[in-house]
Design a protein around this ligand. Structure first.
Ligand code: HEM
Length: 435
């Protein structure tokens, strides 16, 4: 399609938002974080690999350039990017607190580059096959129904606090085999971990978050020690007793087990809870769509595409970092070695050269599966089958049991968590009636 054809088509599509002057803008701006699409649009059109001076990061905004980054995990290193970003500005103090009070500092074993990453990744994939996840569907449905039952008669609830967060926590804890847990505590731990890559915490907040992470680690270490003695049929035992084909390192080290358990607990709930919040937001603000979903709720093909389009339109993960290990050209820009980058998956999903009318919810788009909500390449989300299943079951059960779902505050009053890594609704007051 030529540019003028594309522009003409775009005229009839929902707009990305008000115009943004890139020169004075930074992704750290809470207004831009909350309503980022016009900023993404400006980057893709004017400066696709844009240096953000506020963040001191290069923002990768076009689908095509994101694919180039994802295809080369050695030049664009997760490990170096993550290290650069983690507890930015406070890493030494942060480490000290964890070593003193949290059983140790355990670098993320999955946030590495091949070949180390390949060994760890193989181990994790075993736990998340689509087949295994399919078997979880009845259990997930039970959790979802139980939560909806708690508020169905009340006529209202907070979609995030009363549903999305407890649902994902309950499911991932059941998978890991963590049977005694306090959902609110786990939610606090999740926020404390995500704050380490969110680039928005000050020193006081870092200390507070580090304390939470100490509690998280002590909790996991106790459970891991228990599994060392008495293995059970759960994911934590699988990690403790896992064997790899790697002759030199056939088992996971204790540090690796702690870091992977922590990664699964956190990655598995913050992101999915965000996806569920987005799902409920869309159901509450697009009643025709909620009705259409209800009419097709038992059609597996329909619900699958519905979930994919939610993930494309409102991707929970906004952006994750990389660092160049050598000088490299990307999107017409020469990046030096050591350039800290942010892969803006949310902007990739919004790229009109790939997704026609990108701000429109359209589950009939022919390339629905090309979105990058789960990243791509060797680091593509390992939990995506579980995540998709959770969103699908939640969508199905919500519309089956509740109708007239409405947002109880004006859309402009919705607040998002202050982080560049995800775009997560903080509170979602809803009203509804029982079917
Ligand atoms: C809708 C929910 C989810 C979204 C949108 C999401 C998104 C992502 C994205 C974008 C990445 C790529 C990271 C990168 O490029 O650096 C990723 C990786 C990962 N995700 Fe998810 N995720 C979700 C749910 C889950 C769940 C449920 C789990 C596990 C229980 C999980 C575990 C992981 C792990 C361990 C990685 C790292 C994989 C690697 O580096 O090899 N995620 N996820």
């Amino acid at each position: 399609m030529s540019n003028s054809d594309l522009n003409e088509k775009m005229d009839s599509c929902p707009a990305a938002g008000h115009e943004v002057d890139l020169a004075g803008a930074t992704l750290q701006d809470p207004e831009i974080l909350a309503r980022p699409n016009a900023f993404y649009w400006a980057m893709r059109h004017e400066d696709p690999v844009h240096y953000d001076p506020g963040l001191d990061m290069w923002l990768v905004s076009r689908y095509e350039d994101l694919q180039a980054v994802l295809a080369d995990p050695i030049t664009f290193s997760v490990e170096a990017g993550y290290k650069e970003q983690y507890a930015k500005g406070y890493i030494e103090d942060f480490k000290e607190i964890l070593e003193r009070d949290g059983g140790g500092f355990f670098p993320d074993a999955i946030m590495t580059d091949p070949p180390q990453h390949t060994r760890i990744r193989k181990l994790m994939e075993g736990a998340f096959t689509a087949h295994r996840v399919k078997q979880l569907e009845p259990e997930i449905s039970k959790v979802v129904s139980g939560l909806i039952d708690k508020f169905a008669d009340k006529g209202g609830a907070d979609g995030v606090k009363d549903f999305a967060v407890p649902m994902t926590i309950e499911i991932i804890c059941a998978q890991l085999g963590l049977d005694t847990f306090d959902p609110q505590e786990i939610q606090r731990w999740s926020l404390a971990i995500t704050a380490q890559i969110g680039r928005m915490q000050d020193r006081e907040q870092m200390v507070e978050n580090a304390r939470e992470i100490c509690d998280l680690q002590n909790y996991l270490i106790a459970a891991i020690r228990e599994r060392q003695e008495n293995p059970r049929d759960d994911m934590l035992s699988d990690l403790v007793h896992a064997r790899t084909e790697d002759e030199e390192h056939p088992t996971l080290t204790f540090k690796e087990v702690v870091s992977l358990a922590r990664a699964l607990l956190i990655a598995g709930n913050e992101t999915t809870a965000t996806a569920l919040g987005n799902l409920l937001f869309i159901l509450a603000t697009q009643p025709d769509l909620a009705q259409e979903l209800y009419d097709n709720v038992d059609d597996e093909r329909y619900t699958t595409r519905f979930v994919e389009e939610i993930l494309r339109l409102e991707p929970p993960v906004r952006g994750l970092s990389r660092m160049t290990t050598k000088e490299v050209e990307l999107g017409g820009v020469t990046l030096p070695k050591g350039a800290h980058m942010l892969n803006l998956y949310a902007s990739g999903n919004d790229d009109e050269t790939v997704f026609e009318c990108p701000r429109k919810f359209d589950m009939n788009r022919p390339n629905i599966g090309r979105h990058v909500a789960f990243g791509g390449g060797v680091h593509r989300c390992v939990g995506l089958a579980l995540a998709r299943m959770e969103v699908k079951v939640a969508a199905r059960e919500f519309v089956k049991r509740l109708k007239d779902i409405k947002l109880e505050i004006p859309i402009e009053d919705i607040r998002y968590l202050p982080t560049i890594a995800t775009r997560s609704i903080e509170h979602l007051p809803l009203s509804f009636s029982k079917r």
